[in-house]
Structures are given as C-alpha cells and as structure tokens.
Ligand binder design. Sequence first.
Ligand code: ZN
Length: 132
Amino acid sequence: MAKKALPKKMKEVKFEIDKEAFNGPFTCHKKKTVLTQKKMSVQGNVFSYSTWRCQICGEDYLDSKQAERLEMIWTFEKLMKNSLLSMKRSLNYDGKMFFLRFPKELTKDWKKGLEAEMKIIDKNKILIEVKA
Ligand SMILES: [Zn+2]
C-alpha cells in the first residue's frame, strides 16, 4: 500500500512559547533539579555559569538565561581561538556614513523592523547581533 503523500498546501502554524516556559527548576526523575554552579576555563579566563542538575542521574539542564550565557562563553572561546566563521564584505560609503550589506544566506529569515546591536571590541573590531 502506498504511503499517503503530504498535502501540497501545508498550513503555517504560529505559536508563542511562554518566556517562563524554559525557566528552572526542571523536573527529572520526579524530583526538582537543583541549581549548580560550574566553571569553565577559556584560554586562562575562568567563566562561571549555572545549570539545573538532577540529583539522581546527574543530568544538567539549562534554562534560557543559562543557555544564553553558555552560548556567549562558547562564542568568546571561538573568538579567542579565532575560529568564528567569518566573511569578508566590502564596506560601502554613501558620502556621509559607512555601511555594509549582509549576504542573502544570512538574511533570508530576517524581517523588517529587526534591530542590530553592535558590541564594540575596538574601533575596528565589532560584533553584530541581530535581534527581533
Ligand atoms: Zn534525572
């Protein structure tokens, strides 16, 4: 028997996740996880971060803030190892200001109204974070 094909028109489903949905403590092995402090050394710099740990199986869970911090530490690590994915772009000048164009591969899911936050390391080193 042939498998049923998916309908040609798939309905786009939109939903919002409660911002509190990913906040700890979480439940593992029917018990609440416990806030645990951890440290990570990146090229001589020690970063502290926390996780929610199950006291029974030792599994660590991250809430959204913890995940964001850990992601920043990993980004810093890549930055320190100079292993961040990078792209060369020409700077454009409109007679008053400099600007740059982002490649389509990065912007295909971007929408109007997004904001960019520049994190300035020095006047020639700038990280850009695009936020909704
Ligand atoms: Zn567990």
